[in-house]
Design a protein. Structure first.
Length: 554
């Protein structure tokens, strides 16, 4: 069913070999154990066969050489050691979403959902949330997620590890039942050598080498032991060269013969369209958002709290700001000049207004960082798992872009409306809303791109915070920068363009005159600011798609 020839995996700059010229055969409709000491390469072997890890060598499925991991979609499932599913969702919802991502046809999905629930024994627990399941139930759910594709072969990475003996027996009985009644083939990485009598074939991996394949009786005879529990002691009693030479002499594999492809092959045309997967992911993300009260509270707190902070810092200057806003253009200069206060009040008011605009912009970049930084990195393993089952990277990337964009634009527009009404800033709503909304959207997109490329959510958050920290000093608005440096850094600083676009919308008001009393330098127009911020958004989206395209299974 699934076979490999001369499979080698090397990692790192020094190309350290962690799997060496592995040959293995796993026959159809069998329950296979893959065993070996910790760190010996068991998981590396199965991940290399599935294309999760880059490897040299050949992999065969159904007697046909596998040219790309995409050819195994729908035919070989992978159940990781720990079930990867969203904890706020119920068992039924998790399985239903998996079906909507993997299987076309509403009636087919409905029938298969009931079959999977009954097969894994969770029909009576389908309304439970994933976060409340026991260890054994989580392992059953992990198997159920793979069964939604109805694959002919399934790889289970330590599916019984950490379970009590009763739960372990139940899982193995479930696998045996699927072998006998559904003609499934299972490759199970296990640690409990006492359970080897329940498997049809055993594969022993030692220091990155396959050194034995056969049934339990053959294993006992080959290694000269009476009990499988003695195996690892015997392995360590001889050198690796001894075992590899012995297997090369007595365990040469038979030649691969061509056999028909499995009848359960799920053709690419029968899978849901990209648009269908995109909508499924988007609505699942919305459901998760509204069930996560912590995330709702944090989002609302910063959305409503940050504008209040701007107003608090503006309180002392509000009478002066509103007074300037209400005076006619033609009389202000004459009045203030006559009173001898123009220069002082203009500088103070201009400084206050520009500072408040920059404060809004910086807070919005922080909001964008909070929205995008952890969005992909925190569920990378789930994404990679669903991608193995046929999820299109473009559908995933677009669902994340839409979800975070809605939040970002909403936060930017709300910031503009709240501060504008309280502080009495003049100017058109449209350019100001675009300036703040695009600023938040630009930072959100870039941080989402960082999230798709980072190795962990912690790294993504740290890099995003650093990016926000550079916005104020490198904008050149508050702190003076050398002229040569300003135009090197400024094109990449979203905060400057949001600030400039907002400030220029006041060009026909007294605030602009007040600002010009203290600064006669270049200020980008709202149109130019929007274009540059749009380029930032586009750059972030490119990073997102690149990050989602690359494989980063941890």
């Amino acid at each position: 069913m699934l076979q490999c020839r001369d499979l080698t995996v090397r990692i790192g700059r020094k190309k350290q070999t962690i799997l060496q010229s592995a040959n293995a055969d796993f026959q159809p409709s069998t329950l296979n154990a893959v065993i070996g000491p910790s760190g010996c390469g068991k998981t590396t072997l199965v991940k290399a066969m599935l294309g999760i890890l880059p490897a040299k060598g050949e992999v065969y499925f159904g007697g046909q050489r596998v040219a790309s991991p995409r050819e195994l979609v729908g035919q070989v499932g992978f159940t990781p050691q720990f079930t990867i599913a969203h904890k706020p969702l119920t068992v039924r919802e998790v399985l239903a979403y998996a079906l909507r991502l993997n299987v076309a046809g509403a009636q087919t999905r409905k029938e298969r959902l009931e079959w999977v629930l009954n097969t894994i024994g969770l029909h009576d627990h389908q309304a439970k949330k994933v976060g409340s399941l026991s260890g054994g139930q989580l392992r059953r759910l992990g198997l159920g997620l793979e069964l939604t594709n109805d694959p002919a072969c399934m790889v289970c990475d330590e599916v019984t590890s950490g379970l009590d003996p009763t739960s372990e027996d139940h899982i193995l009985a479930l696998l045996r039942n699927l072998v006998q009644e559904q003609d499934k083939t299972f490759l199970c990485i296990i640690h409990n050598l006492a359970k080897l009598d329940q498997f049809d074939s055993i594969t022993v991996v030692h220091h990155g080498n396959v050194i034995f394949q056969g049934h339990l009786e053959a294993l006992l005879e080959y290694f000269g032991i009476d009990d499988a529990l003695q195996l690892y002691g015997v392995l360590h009693s001889q050198s690796l060269e001894y075992w590899t030479d012995l297997w090369a002499k007595y365990g040469s594999s038979e030649q691969i013969t061509s056999v028909p492809q499995a009848e359960v092959h799920l053709a690419e045309s029968s899978r849901p369209w990209m648009l269908s997967q995109f909508l499924t992911l988007f609505f699942r993300r919305l459901q998760l958002f509204f069930r996560d009260f912590g995330q709702i509270f944090l989002t609302l707190a910063i959305t409503f709290g940050f504008p209040c902070m701007v107003v608090i810092f503006a309180l002392d200057g509000l009478p002066q700001v509103k007074g300037m806003a209400l005076q006619p253009t033609g009389n202000l200069l004459e009045t203030l000049q006559d009173q001898g206060r123009y220069k002082m009040e203009a500088v103070q008011t201009g400084s206050l207004v520009t500072s408040l605009i920059m404060f809004q912009v910086i807070l919005l970049t922080l909001m964008g960082s909070n929205t995008g930084a952890r969005e992909i990195a925190s569920e990378r393993d789930l994404y990679e798992k669903e991608r193995l089952n046929g999820l299109r990277p473009s559908a995933y990337a677009l669902s994340k872009i839409l979800f975070t964009s809605l939040i970002a634009v909403g936060q930017g527009v709300w910031m503009m409306l709240f501060v504008k009404f309280i502080c009495g800033f003049p100017g058109s709503f449209l350019p100001q809303g675009i300036a703040l909304g695009m600023t938040c959207l630009a930072m959100t997109s870039v941080c989402l791109g960082i999230s798709s490329l980072a190795g962990s959510s912690e790294k993504a958050s740290l890099l995003s915070v650093y990016l926000v920290g550079f916005q104020l000093p490198l904008s050149g608005v508050v702190l003076a920068l050398p002229d040569q440096l300003i135009w090197i850094t400024r094109p990449f600083i979203s905060a400057y363009w949001g600030w400039a676009g907002y400030l220029q919308s006041m060009k026909e008001t007294r605030f602009w005159d007040a600002f010009r009393e203290m600064d006669e330098g270049f200020v980008a127009s709202p149109e130019l600011s929007t274009v540059v911020l749009g380029i930032h958004v586009l750059g972030g989206c490119i990073l997102i798609f690149l990050g989602c395209q690359r494989r980063a299974w941890r």
